[in-house]
Design a protein around this ligand. Structure first.
Ligand SMILES: [Mg+2]
Length: 177
C-alpha cells in the first residue's frame, strides 16, 4: 500500500554521476555539475520527490582530505545545483572495513529513508558504479546506471535501467514513478 505520509526519493551518487569524476575531489574549484541536472532535480522536487546524495568518500578515511574540505566541495555542488538537494549522506569508511554504511552496503539509504520519511518502494538509486547498483538493490529501491564517470566500465552489472546521463536518469525515474 502506498502511504500518503511517505514520499519517493532520488538517491544519487555524487562523483561521476552528478559532477564530473575527479579522483577524490576535495577542491570546490574542481566541481563541474553535469548540464541539465539542476533543472531535472528541481522538476523532481516540484513533483514531491526528495533529492538525496549518497556518497562514499574514503579519501577522508585515507587521510587524503578532511571532512571540512568535503563540506566545502558540497557547498559548491549545492550552489551549482541551484539548492535542489534535500540532504547528503557520506561514508568516510575504507573499502574492506566491514562498514554497514559504505556502498555497496545499504546503510546510508536506510538511514536517509528513516530520517526523511521515504517510501523505498517508489524510490530510485542512480550511480555510475556497480556498488551504487548493489547498494540500491539491497535497500529495495530501483536502480539506474549512468554512463558518465565510470559507468561504461560496468557492462556486467544489472541495473533496472541504463542511461547516458543523470539528466536522463532522473527523467526515467519520474516517468516510472
Ligand atoms: Mg561515482
Amino acid at each position: 500500500m502506498i502511504s500518503p505520509l511517505l514520499r519517493p526519493a532520488l538517491f544519487i551518487d555524487r562523483d561521476g554521476t552528478l559532477i564530473e569524476e575527479v579522483d577524490h575531489c576535495c577542491d570546490p574549484a574542481h566541481v563541474r555539475v553535469y548540464p541539465g541536472a539542476a533543472e531535472e532535480l528541481n522538476r523532481a522536487r516540484t513533483m514531491g520527490w526528495a533529492n538525496i546524495i549518497i556518497t562514499n568518500q574514503s579519501g577522508i578515511g585515507r587521510g587524503y582530505f578532511t571532512e571540512e574540505q568535503f563540506q566545502s566541495v558540497q557547498e559548491e555542488v549545492y550552489r551549482q545545483l541551484g539548492h535542489t538537494i534535500d540532504a547528503a549522506y557520506m561514508s568516510p569508511d575504507l573499502p574492506g572495513s566491514g562498514s554497514s554504511r559504505r556502498k555497496p552496503a545499504p546503510g546510508m539509504i536506510l538511514e536517509a529513508a528513516a530520517e526523511h520519511g521515504i517510501d523505498l518502494s517508489r524510490s530510485f538509486m542512480i550511480g555510475d558504479k556497480d556498488i551504487d547498483i548493489k547498494c540500491g538493490a539491497s535497500a529495495g529501491v530501483r536502480t539506474i546506471l549512468v554512463e558518465t564517470g565510470y559507468g561504461r566500465d560496468y557492462s556486467d552489472c544489472r541495473p533496472d535501467f541504463r542511461v547516458p546521463s543523470v539528466t536522463e536518469a532522473i527523467r526515467t525515474a519520474l516517468a516510472h514513478a
